[in-house]
Design a protein around this ligand. Structure first.
Ligand code: ADP
Ligand code: MG
Length: 638
């Protein structure tokens, strides 16, 4: 925080120690790009999507400003919010169709979008003047035209503001939703966080920042034309986020500096020599530290170190740089992609990292409240009756009937076992109940309402939570943050509450931390609140999934093989936890292969075999059933 304030103060003072307008303009451009990169990082770094449409969005921002100035003579205070809103609208336009596809297809859709924007700017001469471009003088503010320096300070102020807002968004439930859908889309949906909706939000918010950035760019350059917003720029933006380091604001600023300075650097041999020497020295020191701290091996560092040293040597051997510009640029990109996948900031973070991570601030008070609130929403509901009623459920995959006319009735307040051999359709049943699959035929009523053809997120919010047979945690998020994603439904704050840090948001945020810690405590993970989920041992990951599911305040909890891979003492603990969950009034469906677990906790058991229900009843009855013994349990040891 302090270093940030000092850094911003230094930036603010820049016009005082250099009068050279060239440098002021350059730093201003870096800050303008940084605003766009903050936004692009939301899409690329957090939600994990690729956007090649951001140069197009940047162009929309510039041209909104240009056109509003030229056609309407609109003032700055109107043009800035208009650029943000118009571009955010284009972001939605980009997101809606693009998000039906993922991966390389999404990249192509965004690329096409960027290209279409550029073509439209070029062709719509009645609005944009086409290839002639638009002249945009420095704006007026408070009745006087801004000077170069005043405009620089305006850009700085808006960048600082963007920094604060982006940071708040990313720390909030919105940021967690973005990160969750990268970690595991299916788990996001099943925690009530609609993947589709939050992908669109991410694009819209990201586009808003691109709009602000584009608008400032128009004033900064004082002239805009379609050629600027081309494919090269969009790739450069993406490169900046990756090089600087995703999921960090400092990475975005560093990335912006790199893409502005690097092309200029490669014009000036003397400067190139100095910088490559410094770079080689830094690399050498970094490598020594990294090897000493056992973060990496000498072997892994050999090529990067030799590479940068060679680059420095090469720079002194060179007599003219012009012929080599593009080759050097390309080599640097390859280098980053191969060796610095977390970007430059990510690399140095690793070097200086302490063992503890985010979330350490919330370390468990030893008397952290238990999750007694779990079933609060159920208080006053009658504890008897049928909670879930599935009739004739048929799930067909091609010719395979994974579920064949299965009926399942679950009584409120019970633990209902679902057993059967591998491939008998147990997990498929859970997927049907949680909306991941739509059944081919049959009806499912949950608490008096049909589940069929509703989205997973909607079903989750109506009270069905689950864990997964193959653990689906949000790996890069801490244990506490994982549970907080489950608590997403407790937030009513919108984007403005988050950006302005209103009392409503603060209240909800605090209570989400408190409840999250309570839930972690409930499953015995409070000490590991600040640990990234992917670093937890397997057994703990399974417990964390249960805590996250409980955060939904479910009426029905589906556990898919929770004891798989657990040690004997862990299984004992798990049995105690499952009983406690039932005692809080939550109904449980338990898929499990450990018969001792099933026999000791279940009130009723259903048995599946080849997609058909072959038996149902009290655990002891089922255990003695001939069909079940033949299909699943095998003959009891003589
Ligand atoms: P269980 O959890 O009881 O071990 P599953 O429900 O995972 O079994 O699988 C039941 C059957 O359905 C298996 O034969 C499996 O291959 C098939 N199956 C499950 N999901 C799909 C799918 N998405 N596409 C095709 N077949 C599937
Ligand atoms: Mg299964």
């Amino acid at each position: 925080m302090l270093s940030l304030v000092v850094f911003l103060a230094l930036l603010a003072a820049a016009p005082l120690y250099t009068a050279n307008p060239y440098y002021i303009h350059m730093i201003g451009t870096i800050m303008i790009y940084a605003i766009l990169l903050f936004g692009l990082d939301i899409v690329v770094g957090y939600t994990g999507q690729v956007s090649l449409g951001h140069a197009g969005l940047f162009g929309v921002g510039s041209y909104t400003a240009g056109v509003m100035f030229m056609k309407l003579g609109a003032p700055l205070w109107l043009i800035i919010p208009a650029s943000v809103c118009v571009t955010a609208g284009f972001g939605a336009l980009l997101a809606l169709p693009a998000l039906r596809v993922t991966g390389p297809y999404l990249a192509m859709v965004t690329l096409a979008f960027g290209t279409i924007i550029q073509i439209l700017i070029n062709e719509m001469t009645f609005l944009t003047e086409g290839p002639l471009g638009i002249k945009v003088p420095k704006p007026d503010l408070f009745g006087a035209k801004l000077t170069e320096h005043e405009f620089y300070w305006l850009v700085l102020a808006l960048m600082a503001l963007s920094l604060v807002v982006v940071d708040r968004i990313l720390r909030s439930q919105l940021g967690r939703a973005f990160e969750a859908l990268r970690g595991s889309p299916v788990a996001s949906d099943c925690m009530g966080v609609s993947v589709y909706r939050y992908k669109v939000y991410a694009f819209v918010i990201s586009a808003g920042f691109a709009g602000l950035s584009g608008c400032l760019y128009a004033y900064s350059e004082q002239y805009i034309s379609p050629n600027t917003y081309n494919f090269e720029l969009t790739v450069l933006f993406l490169l900046a986020v990756i090089m600087g380091g995703r999921k960090t604001r400092s990475g975005a600023m560093l990335g912006a500096a790199i893409i502005v300075i690097l092309p200029k650097l490669l014009d000036d041999l003397e400067m190139f020599r100095q910088v490559s020497s410094v770079l080689a020295a830094l690399m050498l020191v970094g490598a020594v530290v990294a090897i000493a701290k056992k973060i990496t091996t000498p072997r892994a560092m050999a090529i990067p170190v030799v590479g940068t040293l060679a680059l420095a040597a090469f720079s002194f051997w060179l007599e003219s740089i012009t012929d080599w510009r593009l080759s050097i640029f390309g080599l640097m990109i390859l280098f980053v992609v191969y060796y610095l996948q977390d970007g430059i900031v990510g690399f140095f973070r690793k070097l200086t990292s302490r063992k503890t991570s985010r979330g350490e601030a919330y370390h468990a008070p030893s008397d952290a409240k238990d999750a007694i609130t779990v079933a609060a929403s159920l208080a006053g509901q009658d504890a008897k009756g049928v909670l879930l009623d599935a009739k004739g459920v048929l799930m067909q995959f091609g010719g395979l009937k994974a579920l064949n006319e299965v009926d399942l009735r679950i009584q409120r307040g019970t633990i209902h076992g679902l057993i059967g051999p591998n491939g008998s359709g147990k997990s498929t049943m859970m997927n049907v109940l949680t909306g991941i699959y739509v059944p081919t035929a049959g009806s499912i009523e949950f608490a008096g309402r049909s589940v069929v053809e509703r989205s997973s997120a909607d079903i989750a919010l109506s009270g069905i939570a689950r864990t997964f047979q193959n653990v689906q945690l949000f790996g890069e998020m801490t244990a506490l943050q994982n549970v907080q994603v489950g608590l997403h439904h407790t937030f009513n704050s919108n984007l403005f509450d988050v950006a302005l840090n209103t009392p409503r948001y603060q209240r909800e945020d605090e209570s989400a931390i408190e409840r999250g810690m309570g839930l972690l405590n409930f499953v015995g993970l409070a000490d590991l609140a600040g640990e990234e989920a992917r670093n937890l041992p397997y057994g703990k990951q399974r417990l964390l999934e249960i805590a996250r599911a409980l955060a939904l305040d479910p009426q029905l909890l589906l556990l898919d093989e929770p004891a798989a891979g657990l040690t004997a003492p862990d299984i004992k603990e798990l049995i105690a936890i499952i009983r406690k969950i039932r005692d809080h009034g939550i109904t449980v469906i338990l898929i499990e292969h450990h018969m001792d677990v099933v026999m000791s906790v279940c009130d009723a058991v259903s048995v599946l075999d080849f997609g058909q229900k072959i038996a149902e009843g009290k655990p002891a009855e089922v255990q003695a059933n001939e069909k079940v013994i033949e299909a699943y349990l095998g003959a009891p040891a003589a």
